[in-house]
Design a binder for this molecule. Structure first.
Ligand SMILES: [Zn+2]
Length: 232
């Protein structure tokens, strides 16, 4: 699998810190289960977190302000040094966090997602949204969504922005938008500054796992009118 789009640093740190919503965390876990590069970055980030913790625990100074200074000076340097390093060489066959090797894994459904939808995208109980659009809610979030989307070739999502972050993991097919072109394994890690209109550009259905923190911000009247019916 040739993956060209990866998680950004902020999402990675939030994932390691356990600060993501359940839906966001599922998308991240699904991506890192198939992406050697991002999985390695997670391990590095966890190591940085451990170093931060060690710094705090090992400092016995009674003055709390000196603890703060020590953490800021040493740990921050380590964090910045790691961020400056080249992306690590991928390690095929390395055991991912869920304990399942990706070698020889030809399933389109990443291991973390299988607990929710089973092992086949074709066996999902799709619900029809409109012509060429289907969805399956993986589970409900307080404000956002965590759902599978299946969109037919040539169809596009209505132009929209975001009130928070949106994570999209491509499971089958491809789409193109203002950000770039996304194919199987790629993750679109978008913040509230991005507005886009994804268009399915291949000759097969595009199936992706999408999680948002908040409802989308549709930029057209049509989008705003149909938003309550779509659950987006
Ligand atoms: Zn990645």
């Amino acid at each position: 699998m040739n993956i060209n789009h990866h998680l950004d640093e902020a999402t990675l740190f939030s994932y390691v810190a356990g600060a993501l919503s359940q839906g966001m965390a599922l998308v991240v876990a699904s991506h890192i289960s198939i992406c050697d590069s991002c999985r390695e970055r997670v391990f590095e980030t966890e190591a940085i977190g451990g170093a931060l913790l060690d710094d705090v625990v090992n400092d016995n100074s009674p003055d709390s302000s000196s603890v703060s200074v020590k953490v800021n000076e040493t740990a921050l340097e380590q964090v910045l040094a790691c961020l400056d390093e080249e992306a690590p060489v991928t390690t095929p066959g390395k055991i991912p966090p869920d304990g399942e090797s990706t070698v020889g894994n030809t399933s389109e459904v990443p291991a973390p997602l299988r607990d929710y939808i089973g092992g086949s995208l074709d066996a999902v109980q799709w619900k029809r949204l409109s012509s060429g659009f289907y969805y399956f809610d993986v589970f409900s979030e307080q404000r956002g969504i965590c759902r599978l989307l299946k969109v037919a070739p040539g169809k596009s999502i209505l132009h929209h922005g975001h009130h928070g972050n949106e994570l999209t993991l491509l499971l089958r097919g491809s789409y193109a938008d203002e950000v770039g072109r996304f194919a199987q394994g790629d993750i679109a890690d978008l913040d509230d500054q991005i507005e886009h209109q994804p268009l399915v550009d291949g000759d097969e259905n595009c199936i992706c796992l999408v999680a948002t923190d908040y409802p989308l911000r549709f930029t057209t009247l049509l989008g705003k009118v149909i938003q309550p019916m779509t659950g987006f």
